[in-house]
Design a protein around this ligand. Structure first.
Ligand SMILES: C[S@@+](CC[C@H](N)C(=O)[O-])C[C@H]1O[C@@H](n2cnc3c(N)ncnc32)[C@H](O)[C@@H]1O
Length: 389
């Protein structure tokens, strides 16, 4: 029996990768392929063995994303089934809040599709031409299963350009206001669904935000605060909290969020984090807790040594700012900056700062952003909680 008209054959490396459980096959590992961007094609190795069905886009660096390894056709029922499974998993988490990730792309079996819930609204990110072409199915399934008031497509992420998809933000169903107020444990906050970072908030930090509340006391400094994700929780437990961010809109949002929660113990400082941390540590200031949640310093492997210097600098300064018993909650969201490298950088920072730091715990991304063992890219967020002893 010949191969179907639209199909792909992958070389040895691509086949080995597929068999290892990873869904991505790079363009350079595709031996032959026929089809249009957005097609779903069967994938074979050179010997003709079937490896799965993949979302195909010849223009993308990741030309094949294997979505199904069995015989099941990828149709409207398939998408609905994946969404239903993803919802069942979130229900099992018993999340204390109404803003969280419903579907985490490859980790929930749908490459290139992210669905976030913000109360009665859903925000989608689509980074695959195959999903984009079948958005109607996704929207219909979400409508039937969740009855959202509105569904928004955040098409403004850089990854869409690589897939040859247009960039823009548009409503896919119902109505979506600019902002919505949602709940995360005891905290309520406003998420800017149309223009905010990611889909409106850093949902992957949800559990770390809650943990920060439990570690907070006295005087807290939340550096790289965005809209106050950590600070709001800290302010329920600490005497005074200061948020620091270089973005004016982020601080404006943090101020509004403090008001929404009736918190008057938060100060708002617009500054470059590196300068502020150096100035404060040179001035001999002391804090009971410092939070560091910088943007990804290593976006690619090439950035690693620069990123290491940056992570070391901010962590060294933060450690110096802690009073005895003070806690450092420090994060890295760079996938390329491994947990080992981050740990080693923190070790070196502690040595140079002359601080003995006891490890309370190592944390990661919230459980609604699941990791898959065979897809290392699904594990990117590191969060260490260290006590100065
Ligand atoms: C990962 S986000 C922080 C998310 C936030 N901690 C939360 O949990 O919601 C990083 C933040 O760092 C800010 N930022 C980036 N570079 C900065 C710099 N050099 N100094 C201060 N803030 C910076 C960005 O504006 C952004 O709000």
């Amino acid at each position: 029996m010949g191969r179907p008209e639209r199909s792909a054959v992958v070389g040895k490396r691509g086949a080995a990768r597929a068999r290892s459980g990873h869904p991505w096959i790079y363009r350079s590992d595709v031996a032959e392929a026929t089809g249009e961007p957005g097609d779903i094609v069967p994938v074979f190795d050179r010997a003709g063995s079937f490896l799965g069905r993949a979302f195909y886009n010849p223009g993308s660096e990741i030309s094949l994303r294997i979505a199904e390894r069995g015989d099941e056709p990828i149709d409207e029922h398939w998408f609905r089934d994946k969404i239903q499974h993803a919802l069942a998993y979130r229900a099992s988490l018993e999340i204390d809040g109404d803003a969280y990730r419903i579907l985490h792309a490859e980790a929930d079996g749908v490459p290139g599709l992210v669905v976030d819930r913000y109360g009665d609204h859903l925000v989608l990110q689509v980074g695959s031409a195959a999903v984009e072409r079948r958005l109607e199915w996704v929207v219909r399934a979400l409508g039937e299963l969740l009855s959202p008031v509105g569904i928004l497509l955040r098409g403004d992420s850089a990854s869409r350009k690589h897939e040859g998809l247009d960039t823009g933000v548009r409503t896919l169903a119902g109505e979506v206001p600019e902002t919505v107020v949602v709940r995360e444990g005891p905290v309520r906050y406003e998420a800017d669904l149309w223009r905010g970072q990611k889909t409106g908030s850093f949902l992957d930090q949800r559990e770390n935000h809650l943990a920060a509340g439990m570690y907070s006391s006295g005087r807290v400094l939340d550096v790289f605060s965005y809209a106050g994700g950590f600070a709001l929780h800290a302010a329920y437990h600490a005497a005074e909290v200061e948020v620091v961010d270089s973005s004016g809109p982020a601080l404006k949002a943090a101020r509004r969020n403090a008001q929404i929660n009736g918190l008057s113990n938060i100060a708002f400082t617009r500054a470059r984090a590196f300068d502020l941390l150096r100035e404060r540590s040179d001035a001999g200031e002391g804090y009971d807790m410092v939070v560091l949640d910088p943007p990804a310093f290593a976006k690619t492997r090439r950035d690693l040594s620069r990123a290491r210097r940056a992570y070391k600098e901010i962590n060294l300064r933060a450690m110096k700012l802690l009073i005895p018993g003070g806690v450092l909650l420090t994060c890295s969201c760079s996938y390329h900056f491994s947990r080992e490298l981050f740990e080693d950088t923190l070790r070196s920072a502690a040595a140079d700062a002359g601080r003995k730091m006891r490890v309370h715990e190592w944390r990661g991304q919230a459980a609604d952003h699941p990791e898959v063992l065979t897809i290392p890219e699904t594990c990117y967020l590191k969060c260490a909680v260290l006590e100065c002893v």
